[in-house]
Design a protein around this ligand. Structure first.
Ligand SMILES: *Cc1c(COP(=O)(O)O)cnc(C)c1O
Length: 456
């Protein structure tokens, strides 16, 4: 064994202890760490020849890289939609590395069965029925990609061919209809060969990001019976608007389409009694995307992909080989997603659900919604600031009297908070998205004070 590997093996308890001590210090300082620093350039280091062992690597990391890392796991990082990591999720993440299971198949380990259990728990929590099966993927983009890949195969089935076997050329153009689709839907369509241009944006309701169901009906009618993919949005990033899933589902009586629901973070509305109606009908969708590294507060990366057509999913993603177990019974995970070998991402979610249950995660969701409302109320009272939409869930989207990008930078430079600029219905704006388990009402007040002071 290489000498420093042998030394590290001998000293493993002490090395893990010092890594743990450092992690504890980082987490203890999270509230004070600059939330989103503008990192100084780190001069490139040469490829290490001998290496400094774990202790040397830890010292180098602390010296060169850690100072520029953000406080995105902390309570006032309100950019994009960013969660943190609950204590249990972090413990699960450490053990994911310690056990280092390959979650791709069911032979020789119960890891895949743990993933099944976790997917089942999540499905129940999000109000999906037994008809949905699921698999872990790295994020909502991958979840959307997999859902749309199954949708593509379904379109082939409707036309009497298999895209997985015959390729896209056999399929021809596929109409994809959506109101305010997330950018990752376009990316997925590009990867899948359907093309970004396949997406035909459907009008949204006046002043809203929710699809106009009358316009959707007309768009479907214009297809003359041609099967289509409809991407419904359950939580848009700017204003957390929700398509009316029940009304869209009713259209299935008249038109053939695959319904994919992008519920990346909006799916968590199911946990809040006051908001669960927003995702009513989701159990009848053909495929559903939910992100976990946002509002479940597991560390990156993790999301789940649900579908009612696992048979088509296997048709697309099967990875048969002589040295691998055959596809019988419950398919192995490498027959379900783009990866073959994969880390046991489910363990972080399993830990946090085991530790806090639905009730604990409901409390995280409702606290974030309350914080968003608090910030919304405070900002309404600031002259020159205008909320561009009511606070529907966990995001505040607002116009400011100065350039939002400059203001966002000044807020970031304060080290106290991080918000991201956007454009909503043609208006440059700022958004503050709440999804971190640590965020308290006092944080919303601190951010409101900061915005008030900075905007002047
Ligand atoms: C965040 C988000 C995505 C993409 O998620 P990643 O985890 O970054 O891949 C897709 N759709 C919606 C609505 C989102 O909010």
């Amino acid at each position: 064994m290489y000498p420093s590997l042998a030394d590290d093996l001998a000293a493993l308890p002490a090395l893990l202890q010092s890594t743990r001590d450092y992690a504890v210090a980082v987490l203890a300082g999270l509230g004070e760490r600059p939330v989103a620093p503008t990192p100084a350039d780190v001069p490139a280091a040469p490829l290490p020849v001998d290496g400094g062992g774990t202790a040397g690597a830890l010292a180098e990391f602390q010296r060169r890289w850690a100072p520029g890392f953000s406080g995105s796991a902390g309570p006032r990082y309100l950019g994009f939609v960013t969660g943190g990591s609950t204590p249990a999720a972090l413990a699960g993440d450490w053990l994911t590395g310690a056990f280092d299971q390959n979650g791709s198949n069911r032979s020789g380990s119960s890891a895949a069965a743990l993933e099944d259990e976790t997917v089942g728990w999540l499905g129940e929590m999000f109000g999906l029925g037994p008809a949905h099966t699921g698999a872990f993927v790295s994020g909502a983009t991958m979840s959307n990609l997999v859902g749309l890949a199954i949708a593509r195969e379904w379109i082939g089935e409707q036309r009497g061919l298999s895209v997985a076997g015959q390729g896209l050329a056999a399929l021809g153009p596929v109409p994809v209809l959506s109101g305010a689709a997330h950018s990752s839907i376009y990316k997925s369509l590009s990867i899948l060969g359907l093309g970004r241009d396949a997406l035909r944006p459907v009008a949204t309701r006046p002043g809203r990001e929710a699809v106009d169901v009358t316009a959707l009906t007309e768009a479907l009618a214009a297809l003359d019976g041609q099967p289509a993919i409809v991407v419904a949005n359950a939580g848009t990033v700017n204003t957390v608007d929700f398509d009316d899933l029940r009304a869209i589902l009713a259209l299935r009586e008249r038109f053939p389409f695959w319904l994919h629901v992008d519920a990346a973070f909006g799916g968590f509305a199911a946990l809040s009694p006051a908001h669960a109606h927003l995702v009513d009908g989701i159990a009848e969708a053909d495929s559903v995307c939910v992100d976990l590294h946002k509002w479940l507060n597991v560390p990156y990366d993790g999301a789940v992909q649900f579908t009612r057509r696992r048979d088509l999913q296997v048709t697309v993603f099967q990875n048969a080989a002589a040295y691998l177990p055959p596809i019988t019974g419950t398919p192995d995970f490498f027959h379900l997603t783009p990866e073959n070998s994969r880390r046991l991402r489910a363990l972080t979610a399993w830990f946090t659900l085991s530790a806090y249950g639905v009730a604990g995660h409901r409390a995280i969701v409702t606290a974030a919604i309350d914080a968003a409302h608090r910030l919304g109320e405070r900002l309404t009272a600031v002259p020159g600031i205008e909320l561009l939409a009511p606070v529907r869930l966990n995001v505040v989207c607002f116009a400011v009297p100065t350039d939002p990008t400059t203001l966002a930078q000044r807020i970031a430079d304060s080290g106290e908070a991080f918000l991201t600029p956007t454009v909503y219905q043609g208006r440059p704006a700022l958004r503050a998205a709440f999804s971190n388990w640590r965020t308290a009402e006092a944080d919303a007040d601190r951010v409101a004070d900061l915005i008030e002071k900075t905007v002047r």
